[in-house]
Ligand binder design. Structure first.
Ligand SMILES: [Zn+2]
Length: 280
């Protein structure tokens, strides 16, 4: 059984309309044709050359990715231009590439939400709401970046963090087993945590907002030195999962969403087994 790339796009855009993406973003079908047929879909965070080869090896006709390719203007499709390699290889193998990026961050499958649920946060709400200017059927539901919420009872940072890392190692939140070695924590282990902010991806810019909201801990990825110092000065601890681990729950959530979709029954959906953090 086969469906069109266009149908897969429509199903994803039901929860993450393209109009939600930021102006600087590049989302939607970036390589391929909406009328091409699909029997197998490979979900990934990054569209690297290795992932394109993985798609080819497993017979996937479509890659559904979180991170766009052709993000910076591509000036040519030369085989000696490293930035052109992924689109060239996709064309060569006739594999389509669909990206849902900042629109997916604001959707019901956002990692911030999944990580908050794993941690057992209560009274979760969106950290930074986005105003809808485009009419959409989700108008009545608030959307935006990150979440804030409360632990059921205050917990010492060190104990909370150990428990959280244990939960991340269990099957459920991630589609694959990932090494948590690159995860970092800054803060006082004995200090009690009650309010937590979670922002998937590069969330360093949300440190001031999390401080303003009175969070005791922010969990995100890619936090730079100065943002960590600002957080600590304000009495807030920082858990840095790294970009990949902070966003990979989205792969699992997207997998579950697509797998539950009736019109995709019979379509094989896989999560990349080689897409990982580039850090070793
Ligand atoms: Zn990202």
């Amino acid at each position: 059984m086969a469906v069109t790339v266009g149908l897969v796009a429509q199903i994803i855009e039901r929860i993450a309309p393209k109009s939600w993406a930021e102006d600087w973003d590049n989302v939607g079908l970036l390589v391929g044709s909406g009328s091409a047929t699909v029997e197998r879909i490979l979900i990934t965070l990054d569209g690297t050359l290795d992932v394109v080869e993985e798609a080819k090896a497993c017979g996937a006709q479509l890659i559904v990715a979180h991170h766009p390719i052709i993000f910076r203007p591509l000036k040519n499709l030369r085989s000696d231009n490293s930035a052109a390699q992924v689109p060239l290889r996709l064309l060569h193998h006739q594999i389509g590439y669909y990206a849902a990026h900042t629109n997916l961050d604001q959707s019901i499958v956002s990692s911030s939400q999944s990580l908050g649920e794993v941690m057992g946060l209560e009274k979760m709400e969106i950290l930074e709401r986005t105003n809808d200017q485009m009419p959409s059927r989700s108008l009545d539901e608030p959307r935006g970046y990150g979440v804030s919420g409360y632990l059921p009872q205050p917990e010492k940072l060190g104990i909370l963090w150990e428990r959280f890392l244990g939960q991340l190692s269990q099957p459920g939140i991630y589609a694959q087993h990932y090494d948590l070695a690159g995860v970092r924590l800054a803060g006082q282990l004995e200090k009690e945590v009650r309010k937590v902010v979670i922002v998937n991806g590069s969330g360093g810019r949300f440190v001031p907002k999390a401080l303003f909201k009175g969070a005791d801990l922010i969990i995100t990825g890619d936090v730079d030195h100065h943002a960590v110092l600002d957080a600590l000065e304000g009495g807030m601890a920082v858990g840095d999962l790294g970009h990949f681990l902070s966003e990979a729950p989205m792969l699992q959530a997207l997998y579950q969403y697509l797998s539950a979709e009736k019109s995709l029954q019979g379509i094989e959906i896989l999560v990349s087994s080689i897409n990982r953090t580039p850090w070793i």
